[in-house]
Design a protein. Sequence first.
Length: 509
Amino acid sequence: MSYLWLLPGAVVGIVVGALVAYVWVSGRHRRDETASLAQRGKLLADAETLRKETVLEAKEEAHRIRTALEQEVRDGRAELQRSERRLQQKEESVDRKLEELERRDQGLAAREQELEKVEENLNAAIAAQLKELERVSGLTRDEARAQILEGVEKELTQEVARKIRDNEQVIKEESDRRARDILVTAMQRIAAEQTAETSVSVVPIPSDEMKGRIIGREGRNIRALEHATGVDLIIDDTPEAVILSGFDPVRREIARVALNHLLMDGRIHPARIEEMVTKARTDVQARIREEGEQAMFETGVTGLHPELVKLLGSLAFRTSYGQNVLTHSKEVSFLCGMVAAEIGADVALSKEAGLLHDIGKAVDHEVEGSHAMIGGELLLRLGKPEKLVHAVKAHHYDIEPNSVEAILTVACDAVSASRPGARRETLTTYIKRLEKLEAIANSFEGVEKSFAIQAGREIRIIVKPEQIDDATSQIIARDIAKRIEDELSYPGQIKVTVIRETRVIEYAK
């Protein structure tokens, strides 16, 4: 069976379907193109509207900027005009002032000419008057000047003396008050004993029969004791006592301790004496160390070299004018520390300088020189600082003190030594000081008499009134005080009083 008869119908169907499809697609394309054209038209309309709005805003902004610029230009022109007016006013003012100055210069020039003429007239008048004065007085100009200068010099001398007296009085009162307050406070805080302990040189014995045992057969015991200790034993008629005589206080203390041990033991012979002396030497050395360490503890001075501790302890057996040197050293250390704290100086350095200022006395019998210089060299050798060495060397003015701590050491040493009961002074030294004091006062011209009173603490001088006036009396008192400071050594201070007396005598007949 053939299907060929179906072929034309199929072809027609395919063609018709293709046409229908084409028509449908073409219609869709036209619809899409129409929609696209409508959308494009809308976009163009919107763009045109936006362009118009942008142009309008730009015009408005340009108008605003132009208006602001025009306003700024107007303001600037107004300010410039005001500045020009002010400048013109200032120029006019300056011109007026210049004109005024020119007029004044002209007036001053004329005034100067007038003054020159007046000055010439005055000079001429003065010259004429000087010639007339020379003729009337009979003195030349130079002679008159000499007389005037002499009178002025005398007046100035009196004025200077008065000023010196007034200023010295004010300074003295203030410094005395301040120094007195500081020193009295420091001394009250120490509260040390007035009488110092001295080294023992007399050993009591139970009975005079013991003297024979101390001497021994043919003097062998006393020789053995003297040889072992280096101290002389004096056995005389003094009842129940043996006197120890020796230059070294430590050796004398060793001999005293050994002799006491022998007296307590009762066995006195050369072998026992040597044994007791050895034991006494050990005891005394231990006591020396204890005394040195105790002095360090009491004063608060630390870090001393062991040799210094030993030498410091040995001062406990040394006396000076009856005053125990170690007690004196501790007292000076206390005073230096207190005064340094009051005035703001170095407290630690001041206390150490006060404690060690007399350390040279521990070895001065072995070395030549003053104990101050010996002590300073000893401290320098042991590595002590230069300020401490200087304070020790300067405490008796062997060198000039140049620090506050050195001055404190000098002052506190004098305070400790000069307070009542601290020291004993030999009668010979005391009399020589009084004689020297009066001799210094009598050596000044115009002095009639002088009297040392109050145990040498004051010198009263009577001057001749016809030679010495009131102003010169002040100068003489100061010069005498200065010379006493330079030539004499004395504890404390010496008051110099100059007395000028004028007597007028008349007789009624």
